[in-house]
Design a protein around this ligand. Structure first.
Ligand code: PMT
Length: 398
């Protein structure tokens, strides 16, 4: 795979309480190998000190228009020329207004105006300030000018009020910024993903399910979004936060999952079956809670339709990727499954290590053999897997 070039950003911090999150954002960006130069407004220095940001970034911080930081006195030009993007986090309502009107009365606004690279802003303000018609006009103007707006989020605010306007968490911002730099091979393409367990009712309160948490499937949905895809995530019951930007279809049983997949499979380009679908359902679930008795209870189970096999056998099928969780003989059973379902790619994992955990190890099986993706966090693995899927999908289109 190609060696990625180090990306450089200017992290601009403006004067809001969310400025404290900029320290964590800086750390996360650097962890991802992004070079960061910090520039702060005077107001930002009241919320977090340049010394903190200098200590974390290992570089002097630009905090004033008239400091002798640049030999030619043109920090506003030099900084933006050296950057692949400028990220303003937090971006206050005041700073957003400045950007919308092209004001340049301090270093940070001047370097935004003088930039020749993309600008990303992460708004952070009180909910009434966010909802104010002026702010909404300014945001619309920034979007029209091609500025990328990240967030805001909704929730409890520093002032105690609740609503829209919180800055996205540092982790979300770091992920969005890293995704911004990635190529977007799936722009205009639709990827359909199943995730999580299914639940097959026995009666009104009991059911048959499994320990799939949905983490692997949700991570793949996130990685697919980062590559520019339109993502439809058909999800069994999970407690996970939805990947921002994905269309999530909530289902409970395998029959419901099958119904949802059928609705979207016809026009999707890639299908990835990550869900641990129950192989059987109860023939006649009771509408009422079954009363306990001393007699043995026999349940008749009927096989569920195989969703992946259905999609793979459509007349004009999408590029299909299956998963297999095996508790033994992974190499043998997974390859058998790939052949039986006639899949171009099947991803094997050991059930006891994969289900419910935050990390995993994957083995990719295709017509030419197997390839191990060593143990890592599920999002990191999902990103690697999506790179493999991209290559194979593009190969299959030729
Ligand atoms: O959710 P996590 O806790 O993160 O765990 C992730 C995982 C272990 C569930 C995931 O990585 C995984 O391996 N999923 C597949 C589970 C499995 O073993 O599936 P299977 O062998 O029963 O089915 C093989 C393939 O057919 C899978 O792609 C499955 O989605 C699909 N299938 C199976 C049965 C069925 N009725 N319909 C299907 O589409």
């Amino acid at each position: 795979m190609e060696q990625e070039q180090t990306k450089r950003i200017v992290l601009g911090i403006t004067g809001g309480i969310a400025a404290y999150k900029a320290a964590e954002l800086l750390r996360l960006l650097m962890k991802q190998g992004i070079e960061v130069q910090v520039a702060m407004t005077e107001a930002a220095c009241h919320f977090i000190t340049p010394a903190t940001m200098q200590g974390l970034s290992g570089k002097p911080v630009f905090a004033g228009q008239w400091e002798a930081g640049a030999a030619n006195g043109m920090a506003h030009i030099n900084l933006s020329r050296a950057a692949d993007a400028i990220v303003i986090a937090p971006a206050t309502a005041d700073f957003i207004a400045k950007l919308a009107h092209g004001l340049a009365d301090d270093l940070l606004s001047a370097l935004c105006l003088a930039r020749n690279c993309p600008l990303l802003v992460a708004p952070a303000m009180n909910r009434e300030m966010w909802l104010n018609a002026a702010t909404q006009r300014n945001i619309a103007q920034l979007l029209a000018d091609g500025v990328r707006v990240l967030g805001p989020d909704s929730g409890v605010q520093a002032c105690g009020e609740e609503g829209m306007g919180r800055m996205l968490e540092a982790e979300d911002l770091a992920r969005d910024i890293a995704a911004f730099f990635q190529p977007k091979p799936f722009t205009g393409k639709k990827i359909l993903i199943t995730a999580g367990p299914t639940y097959e009712a026995i009666d009104a309160v009991r059911g048959i399910t499994n320990r799939s948490s949905g983490k692997m499937g949700y991570a793949i949905a996130q990685a697919a979004l980062e590559l520019g895809a339109e993502v439809v995530l058909v999800s069994g019951p999970t407690a996970l936060a939805r990947p921002r930007g994905a269309q999530v279809v909530d289902v409970v049983s395998a029959a419901q999952m099958f119904g949802a997949v059928k609705q979207h499979a016809g026009d999707c380009d890639v299908f990835i079956g990550v869900a641990a679908v129950a192989d059987y359902r109860v023939a006649q679930p009771s509408e009422q809670k079954i009363k306990k008795s001393s007699d043995a209870l026999t349940l008749e189970l009927l096989p569920n339709p195989d969703i992946l096999a259905y999609v793979a056998n459509l007349p004009d099928p999408p590029f299909c990727v299956g998963f297999a969780a095996e508790s033994e003989n992974l190499m043998e059973y997974a390859e058998q499954k790939r052949r039986a379902k006639k899949l171009p790619l099947l991803v094997g994992n050991l059930a006891q290590r994969a289900i419910g955990s935050d990390d995993n190890e994957l083995v990719l099986f295709d017509g030419s053999g197997s390839h191990v993706l060593p143990r890592a966090g599920k999002l990191a693995l999902a990103r690697q897997l999506m790179q493999h899927i991209t290559q194979r999908y593009e190969g299959a289109q030729k």
